[in-house]
Design a protein around this ligand. Structure first.
Ligand SMILES: [Zn+2]
Length: 98
């Protein structure tokens, strides 16, 4: 048994529409869809900042890593951290006039 997202009425697992309000039940069927609804903004920002402002990229990467449950977004944050560290080192060399 599952429940209608709109009216909360108990509906059959195989039902395509809610018998109570007629809302589609297929929209949010699996937990995968729930994970995908997570806001990917911070993961993208972490990646963007990793090159421009590495310190911000690292911070966002760490926050995102703790915040996200979606493995795709987690992966982006995991990638952003070492990228930011490498970019940071590059920036240090540039600042030194290397
Ligand atoms: Zn309903």
């Amino acid at each position: 048994m599952k429940f209608c997202e709109k009216c909360g009425k108990e509906i059959d697992d195989n039902a395509v529409v809610c018998p109570g309000c007629g809302a589609s039940t297929a929209v949010k069927a699996s937990p995968v869809t729930t994970a995908e609804s997570e806001n990917p903004k911070m993961a993208r920002m972490a990646m963007g900042f990793a090159f421009l402002l590495p310190i911000v990229g690292i911070i966002l990467g760490i926050i995102g890593l703790k915040k996200y449950s979606d493995p795709k977004l987690k992966k982006q944050c995991i990638i952003a951290i070492p990228v930011a560290i490498v970019a940071w080192i590059v920036w240090i060399f540039i600042m030194r006039g290397f």
